[in-house]
Design a protein around this ligand. Sequence first.
Ligand SMILES: Cc1ncc(COP(=O)(O)O)c(C=O)c1O
Length: 457
Amino acid sequence: MHKLAQLDRRYVWHPFTQMRDWERAEPIVLVRGKGAMLEDAQGKKYLDGNASIWTNLHGHNHPKLNRAIERQLKQVAHTSALGLANKPASLLAEKLVKGAGCPLKKVFFSDDGSTALEVALKMAYEFTRRTGRSRAPRFLSLDGAYHGDTIGATSLGHIDLFHKSYSGLLFKSDKVAAPACYRCPFNRAKPQRRDARLYAKCNHECATQVEQKLERRKYAALVVEPRVQGAAGMVMHPPGWLKRVAAAARASGALLIADEVMTGFGRTGKVFAGGKEKVVPDLLCLAKGMTGGYLPMAATLTTQSVYNAFLGEYEEFKTFFHGHSYTGNQLGAAAALASWGLLHQPKAKVRRKAMERVLEHELDSLWALAAVGDVRREGLVVGVELVADWKTRRAFALKDRAGFSVCEAMARRGVLTRPIGNVIPLLPPYCTTDAQLRRMVRVLRESIVEVLGARQV
Ligand SMILES: Cc1ncc(COP(=O)(O)O)c(C=O)c1O
């Protein structure tokens, strides 16, 4: 075993990982990257099939991002945002506000997706109390929601596997059905293949449930992952659902918190997924891709009216009492500015559209496999759901480890991604070539065949 792998096994505890399993195999130790490729300590090369857990936008070792960080490093790496301003954070805040659109006006920086959500929920909670709407406001979020792992963000989540054991630590938030078309409880998704066309015909019964919930209680906010619920299994929402629930939240007086930690920065085809339905939330949470996947940095954008609720004389103590040591980090902000520039290059937008077309074409071949139940795509987010029986949509039991085994087989063939239960996500970095995209899907197909068989429908 490689020396670095031994060190890892001896000392490192990995996130969301059963360490007994981990200790049985030699870990992949990544040592360098270039574009969409990563290389391990043994010299084996891999395609980064999930953009390093949905963070990387423009590829690894990008010369422009490297230069931006190096330039900033020669000035200063980090200064505190507590009582002090800095250049890249101010420039970045302006870009984000202008890019996100009205009514978002203010940016509060933090460190990662979870803290972006903590900030949003504390702001929404206090805003709701201060405006007299409710003294003990609650939050409404979706079944299958995942908003991070800090206690506040976990409280907004509704994936039992992740959240149940901590229930005693969490505050109560209400749950409402999410649009999950492939397993639609309203029986809209008939047992046929390629049901996407059928989804469009539904009347968004699941949105009606959200509307009813919002009518019944004065919520501080409705929290959604716009258009795609990532950790729920790359579950894509039918067009129109977001607009309808956003309008319902507004009508009820609740704020809308959009968690675009995964969907932000071009992933779904627009800079922000809400833009696909012209929905601008009251609080917008950004992280992951913000620095191009280089450095941990996050932002919560909000409106003038939420901001105003925290204004007052010093001794009134209406201050937003929240902050982190690395809030507004200068290196992170410099990387984010460079990444924003790359994202908005006209040729980059054209390229992302072309990538979508290549993916769509390649993914088509997966429908023939009996072990594939659903192939979902929104922009450059793909979820391939593996099933024990495609006719009944019966899922594999988690203990069968179908998703894990397929991803292990993919890694052996040189493509890295991480399963979400029985769903295999593909989120290519935006620099991935057509040949690499084709290879990604071919490797997925071969790995499904190796692990689950070649039976066709
Ligand atoms: C939608 C969403 N929100 C929040 C988070 C938490 O982000 P982080 O892991 O950076 O804390 C994630 C992470 O996957 C996410 O997908």
